[in-house]
Design a protein around this ligand. Sequence first.
Ligand code: ZN
Length: 330
Amino acid sequence: MAYSVPRKFPTTIVGSYPKMPQALEAIKKRKSGEISEEEFKEIVKPAIREVVEDYLWAGVDIISDGEQAREDMVVYFAERMRGYSIGDWVRVFDNEYFRKPIVIGRVEWISPMTLDHWLYTTSISQDRPVKGILTGPYTMMEWSFDLYYRDRRELIIDLAKVIRREVEELIKAGAQYIQVDEPALSTRPWREDAELLKEALDIIFKGLEAKRIIHICFGRLERIIPYILDYPVDQFDLEMKNSNFRLLPYLKEYGFNKELAFGVVDVHSFQVESIREIEEAIDTVMRADIVNPEKAYVKPDCGLKRLPRDIARAKLKNMVEAARRAREKY
Ligand SMILES: [Zn+2]
C-alpha cells in the first residue's frame, strides 16, 4: 500500500545527513583507488540504511539517501560527468581546504550519477517517497574553475542539460519529487544571475511529471526575490529559522504563490529546538499569510551533515511532532 503523505504540513528534509562511518570509509577507499565505483556504491548502502532508519524513527514523510556518497555537493557530480578534472586542494580558510573542480572540456552526461542510491533508498523507505536531489547548474558553475567555455551562459546551459538527463533517469524510475540545490545563488544575489538560472531551470524542468523543487539557503536572497518567483518550479525550499524568518515579508510583498518548504530548525546550532519552539516557527509562517497548510512543508533549514547524528535525529523527531500538532490546529 502506498504511503500517504499528510495533506497538511508534510515533513521533509533538504538532503544531507551526518556521514556514517561506513560512508567515510567508502569515500576514502574510492579516492585512494582501492575500490571501483561499483564497489563504492555497494559499500555505501549500509550507511544509507542507517540514515533511513533515523528518518523512519523520527517519522519524516518525504526522505532522501542522506547524500552518504557525496563527499562534496559539487565534486561528487563533477567526478561523474564528462568535461571535468578535479583540481588540487584549495585553501579557503586557515584550516579549511576544498577541491575545486575544473572544467576542461564540454560537460556531458555519461551514466546515472544518483539513480542507484535513489533506488536503494526507495527499496527500504517503507513506501515513503524519496526525493531525487541534484546540485544545480548555477552552483556547479560558480564553485568550479572554467578553463573551457569562458562563457557563463554556455556553461550553465550545458550543465542544465546534464542535470536534465539525470532527472529523466530518476523520473523513469518513479521519482515524484525532484529537488535542485542552489546554495550559490544567494551568495551572488544579482538580477542577471537570477535570470541566468531561470533559463537553466527551464531546461531542467520543462514538461516534467514530478514535483519540481528548488532549495536555496542563507545569503541575501531578499535582494533577488522579484526575479526568482516565476521560476518553473512548484516549490521553493528555503532556509528561514537561522535568519529569523526575515524573508517572509518579502515573499508576501512580491506575491509568492507556490508551495513553500520552510526551515524550522537551525542546522548550524547544536541545540535541539523544542517541540514548542518549532510550533511557534510554524505559527510565524502561517501568520505571514503566504501559504495555506496544504502548500506548507516543514523541514530543517538546510542539510544536516554538520551536526552530530544524535542531535540531527532529535531535531527531526521534534519537527515531526510539531508538524503533527500544527495539523490539528490549522
Ligand atoms: Zn542549503
